[in-house]
Design a protein around this ligand. Structure first.
Ligand code: GLU
Length: 278
C-alpha cells in the first residue's frame, strides 16, 4: 500500500516551529517510500477564527522549508460531505443537540480529561427542542454499543484499545458551523486516502474518537504517527499567542529555511526550544 501522509494546518494563526516539525515529519515519512504522497489540507472551517489569507503564508513557509506537497481541497469546499455524515449519524440515533456554553460545561464537569473539562452529558437525555443555537454531540456510550470494541495503531506508541469515553461526548457539529474538527478531519482523511495520520501528541486522545467515527461511518482505518511536541523555555507547547516566533518571521528575515529543516531533522532545535520527553 502506498503511504499517504498529510499536514493539516488551520489558518487561525501563523505556523511556528512545532508546525514545521509536523510538516517535515509527515513529508519525510512519505518520501521514505517509493511513490509515497505528502498532502497539504487547509482546515478552514473555524468560522470567524479562520483567516483564509494565512493559507498562502503556509504554502510559502512549506516551500521555504524545502518541502513539496500535493494540495487537496480545503475543508470549506467539503461541507456537503460533513452534513451528510452528520445526518447519517443522526439517523442512527447517535447525535443529540446541546446548547451548553463552555462556562456551563466547566462548572458542571466532574472530571478533567485529555482535552480539558469533560462534558458531563447534561443534554444527553433532555427532551424537547433546546432554545438558541445548538451543537450536536455524539452519544459515545451508545455508539460503542453499536461499534463494539475497537483498536488502532500508533507507529510509535503501538497498539491502542480505543477509549473514546475518556473524553466525554464530543461535539461533531459546532454551533453555527458545518462540522467540528473531529468529524471533518476524520472524513477528510478517508476521502484523501491518508494511510498514516501524522500529527502532534496533543491530538493523541482525539484519535480514540476518530477511530469510533470510522467504525460508525464505514471509513477505512489508517495508522497514526503522533510525534512528540516542541516545547518553549517554560516547558509549554509552542503557540503564537504565547510569543513563539512564526516561521514567516524567519522567512522574511531572509534566513535559510532548508538549512533550518535540516537542523530540525537532526534534532537541533532553535534556541529556547526543546523536545517533549518520551
Ligand atoms: N488542523 C489541526 C490543527 O491545526 C490539525 C489537525 C490534524 O492534524 O489532525 O491543529
Amino acid at each position: 500500500m502506498t503511504i499517504v501522509t498529510r499536514f493539516a494546518p488551520s489558518p487561525n494563526g501563523q505556523l511556528h516551529w512545532g508546525h514545521a516539525l509536523s510538516a517535515i515529519t509527515a513529508h519525510d515519512l512519505a518520501r521514505a517510500e517509493l511513490g509515497g504522497r505528502f498532502l497539504l489540507r487547509i482546515e478552514d472551517i473555524d468560522g470567524p477564527r479562520s483567516r483564509p489569507e494565512l493559507a498562502d503564508e503556509f504554502r510559502e513557509d512549506l516551500a521555504w522549508l524545502g518541502l513539496e506537497w500535493e494540495e487537496v481541497p480545503t475543508q470549506g469546499t467539503r461541507i456537503a460531505s460533513y452534513a451528510a455524515a452528520a445526518e447519517r449519524l443522526r439517523g442512527m440515533g447517535l447525535l443529540y443537540p446541546c446548547a451548553c456554553t463552555r462556562a456551563e460545561i466547566a462548572a458542571a464537569a466532574e472530571r478533567i480529561g485529555p482535552e480539558g473539562p469533560v462534558y458531563p452529558g447534561t443534554c444527553r437525555h433532555r427532551t424537547g427542542e433546546p432554545e438558541g443555537p445548538v451543537a450536536w454531540r455524539l452519544d459515545v456510550a451508545r455508539a460503542l454499543e453499536r461499534a463494539g470494541p475497537l483498536a488502532w495503531t500508533d507507529a510509535i506508541a503501538g497498539e491502542q484499545r480505543a477509549d473514546p469515553l475518556a473524553a466525554g461526548d464530543p461535539v461533531l457539529v459546532r454551533k453555527g458551523l458545518p462540522a467540528s474538527y473531529h468529524l471533518a478531519a476524520t472524513l477528510d482523511d478517508a476521502a484523501d486516502g491518508v494511510t498514516l495520520v501524522t500529527r502532534g501528541m496533543d491530538l493523541f486522545a482525539a484519535s480514540h474518537t476518530h477511530r469510533l467515527l470510522q467504525a460508525l461511518l464505514d471509513l477505512p482505518v489508517p495508522r497514526w504517527h503522533h510525534h512528540r511536541l516542541l516545547l518553549d523555555a517554560e516547558g509549554k507547547k509552542l503557540a503564537k499567542r504565547r510569543g513563539s516566533k512564526a516561521l514567516s518571521d524567519h522567512r522574511r528575515a531572509g534566513e535559510d529555511g532548508r538549512a533550518w529543516a535540516q537542523r530540525l531533522r537532526a534534532g537541533r532545535w532553535p534556541a529556547g526550544i526543546s523536545l517533549q520527553n518520551a
